[in-house]
Design a protein around this ligand. Structure first.
Ligand code: NI
Length: 182
């Protein structure tokens, strides 16, 4: 389909709560997901949410397609997360354990910050066809889901950073690593 412009932090739409999808398996939904996928792949993102391309609906995609066969250059050490289209998600933390980890965002290019996230969570929602998704996940998978679903409630990761000393430019924070500048 098409690589779309990713809205950057400061854009009011990124701070709005997104509306739920009411009709599945429609041409419009397939077109939206195709555009999100093309945009995420072109920027080597670990995930993307519909509001990031200016569509305020509860749709996120994340993970790597298996045909890809290579790790994400933005997150080379990240554990494998299956490619997932998740619609109208509901997140439920399992336990209260939090884990801190570095995050970046296509809407905050060139920067990274340390964000606390629930270590384990259950997420439910629907795929493109309206089939139920229900998973229990942890670690990086749980982090990615929390980050992407935050976009659906108007939250960007810098708003979750506990100490702003843990926020900076990627090439300054990691000078010897070849981490793509988003
Ligand atoms: Ni993001």
């Amino acid at each position: 389909m098409a690589v779309r412009t990713v809205l950057r932090m400061g854009e009011p739409l990124l701070l709005q709560p997104a509306l739920p999808i009411t009709a599945f398996n429609t041409p419009e939904l397939h077109a939206l997901i195709a555009d999100m996928q093309d945009t995420m792949q072109s920027m080597d993102g670990a995930g993307i949410a519909a509001p990031q391309i200016g569509v305020s609906l509860q749709v996120v995609i994340f993970g790597q397609k298996e045909v890809d066969g290579r790790s994400n250059p933005r997150y080379p050490d990240a554990e494998e997360v299956p490619y997932t289209v998740l619609i109208n998600p509901v997140l439920t933390p399992v336990g209260s354990a939090m884990e801190e980890g570095w995050e970046g965002c296509l809407s905050v290019p060139g920067m990274r910050g340390i964000v606390p996230r629930y270590e384990r969570l259950q997420y439910t929602g629907f795929d493109t066809y309206g089939n139920t998704i229900d998973r229990l996940v942890s670690g990086f998978h749980a982090r990615v889901v929390q980050h992407e679903c935050d976009h659906l409630i108007g939250v960007l990761y810098p708003m979750r950073i506990k100490n702003l000393k843990d926020f900076g430019f990627t090439d300054v924070l990691f000078p010897n690593q070849d981490i793509q500048d988003d």
